[in-house]
Design a protein around this ligand. Structure first.
Ligand SMILES: [Zn+2]
Length: 243
């Protein structure tokens, strides 16, 4: 353990090796109990996220002074693989973070669902273009949505829309375990931006319907332009002898 001073209180910080050993023990314990964890695996890249939307999520967190005290430690924790379980649900994240104690801390973060108006805005903006839908299926958030997320009053939550609990004894507004989970959410978004839709209560089925309707509309509009190269039903019958 190494010691450091923080507001006149001495805290013990576990070393990386100590954290790794504890993560290993907790995972073994979970396997014994047949619990299924969905971890943020340890990584060494400098930036937490690589996509524009993941990076925008992190910048959104970092602009709020309320959270400043523990963010750096949260970064260290998420990189060390201490977020051994992270589940994103509608309006809620449940996670387990390994700290200095044997039992991992339980973290719960609640994020208010978006207003109906904001949901409509993103569905209209994104769903009306099938290329956007195709990007999402490939795990990419179209770059023309960037402003929707990053503008003031955009789709990322502000501190008043976020509340959290951690089972650790830290007094800070945001402890390092919550901070690690917040960064872990960014890593999840990096992998699959649909988690963002799930978290903020955007109805993915409705989103897909808008995209499909718009695709059908554009196909109908183009129907008059079918060229001779297109084989229509009658030609298929002639070609294959299908009755
Ligand atoms: Zn904590």
């Amino acid at each position: 353990m190494s010691k450091y001073w923080d507001n006149e209180t001495v805290y013990s910080q576990p070393t990386l090796q100590e954290l790794r050993d504890k993560v290993k023990a907790s995972n073994a314990n979970a396997a014994k109990k047949k619990l299924t964890y969905d971890p943020i695996k340890p990584f060494s890249r400098r930036n937490i996220c690589t996509s524009w939307w993941g990076q925008a999520w992190c910048s959104n967190l970092e602009q709020y002074a309320d959270y400043a005290t523990r963010l750096d430690r949260g970064k260290r924790y998420v990189k060390a693989g201490t977020v051994i379980d992270l589940q994103i649900k509608k309006g809620r994240i449940e996670a387990r973070v390994q700290g200095s104690r044997k039992t991992p801390y339980k973290v719960e973060i609640r994020i208010s669902p978006l207003s109906q108006e904001s949901c409509d805005r993103i569905i209209e903006k994104c769903g009306r273009r099938i290329e956007n839908m195709e990007s999402l299926i490939k795990g990419e958030l179209p770059s023309d949505l960037q402003e929707l997320f990053t503008a003031k009053g955009g789709l990322f939550p502000s501190p008043k829309e976020i509340s959290f609990d951690c089972s650790c004894p830290d007094w800070a507004i945001m402890c390092k375990h919550v901070a690690a989970v917040m960064y872990g959410i960014g890593v999840r978004f990096d992998e699959n931006p649909f988690f963002f839709f799930e978290l903020r209560g955007i109805d993915v089925d409705r989103f897909i319907n808008v995209a499909l309707e718009s695709k059908v509309e554009s196909m109908l509009n183009n129907a008059d332009n079918i060229s001779d190269r297109v084989i229509v039903g009658a030609d298929l019958t002639a070609l294959f002898g299908v009755l």
